[in-house]
Design a protein. Sequence first.
Length: 245
Amino acid sequence: MKIKYVQLESEAFLTDMDFNAMTLEQRGAYFTLILLLYCNNGKCQLDIPVLSKLSNKTPKAFEKIWQNISKKFQTRGGVIKHKRVTKELTRARKFIQAKSKAGLKGADKRWHSHSTVIAKETKGNVIEKESKNSSYSNTTEQSSAVSTSVRPRPDKDTQIQALHFNEALKSIINPRNQSDRTCFCNITSWLMAGCATGKFNEQIFGRALDYAKEASLGRNPAAVFISLLKKELDYRPKAIKAGQL
């Protein structure tokens, strides 16, 4: 899991006696290593030539600086770690996982609610049709329509993929208004429903994102994207009503 954002407590640096005792040169190298660890999942190799280039110093100069700041790090087997960096990365991962679980739970609830609404609407339409015609054939059609209207619910993996797809889609084609956001949610729900019924497999999300990247080059990316989905995947916008993730 790539962590892009962490909490940085500036007061922790300014009140650290060791940090205060460092020269500006040492502080720069120390802070550079801290950022490197955050970018590298909490660890990096103790490679003096590489780290010296990163710090814009000669290997000899950096090695001298390292002797003064090395006590702030944990070094074992040629690998550098930092206790506070490890702590903050762990906290960030737990936060992301909690958000992901909450989003998945919400998506599952909305999906269930959405399927129930479709079933009720279909049932109401069939009953109305039956009352007008009063025939056995229409009664048979009613039973069939109601049974097929309740879509199978997607599994957890598919729902997680759908959540990631929706976020990736918005990063490729920036929704300009609420209409675009609703449209993207409908497309995501449609793909998720297709996976649940066996119409699509899990690769469909990647394929749809490829269409989005192609559409992003157009003058109206959202419209081009929908046009591609209609052409390539037989997408029917009216098939799903405002089911948001």
